[in-house]
Design a protein around this ligand. Sequence first.
Ligand code: 5RP
Length: 228
Amino acid sequence: MKKNFEENQDQKRLVGEKAAEYIKDGMTVGLGSGSTVYWTLRKLGEMIQQGIKVSGIPSSKRTEGWANEFGIPLIDFKDVDYLDIAIDGADEVDTNLNLSKGGGGSLLREKLVDDYARKLIIVVDQSKMVNELGRFSLPVEIVPFGWEVTAERIAKLGCVPKLRMNENEIFITNNGNYIVDCQFKSIPNPAELHNQLKLLLGVVETGLFINMTDVVIVGGDNGIRVIE
Ligand code: 5RP
């Protein structure tokens, strides 16, 4: 599903900057991806200039670029046993705080970074809050070799997988893989679907983030709502 980076910028800025308040001196931070987290990173850059000491692991090449631009020191997984906190965006958040992610194509690195953090904070605008996941096509990262066969197997789970394109070229993830965006009618049981997908040969990772979220910061017309 093609995403509009410019949509709801005011709400994204509000929640992105609010999330930065959770970052304290000395913390290691998982740096998520997307246009909402962009505002967190910008704010964090200001905080660093004012003297706070933090370092982070970026969850995409784009985020790495922003971190460098804003002067956020970067570390690697081997440097720490865990991250204190991760701040990331999402494409959908359900009532159990399960997520659909990967609209920007960074789902695998995001999951690795978010999972390494003791606390995961998700920043979204109100439009991403849903009763049930599935309105947004579910991104699934797959290996390029034999991708058509993998896509057929995924389709048997009840969706229409569509190979993600970038203009006229196949979209390639930061890990050198493809993404199929899978339109299910609905996803009533995200954990079950995630497990079914992961059993398929050729599937690298799904955009379903189950039982990982600690806090959701939601931006709406009337300001910010924090769900814990
Ligand atoms: C990228 C993602 C992003 O976190 C998600 O798409 C949210 O992005 P945005 O804040 O731009 O709406 O999963 O892979």
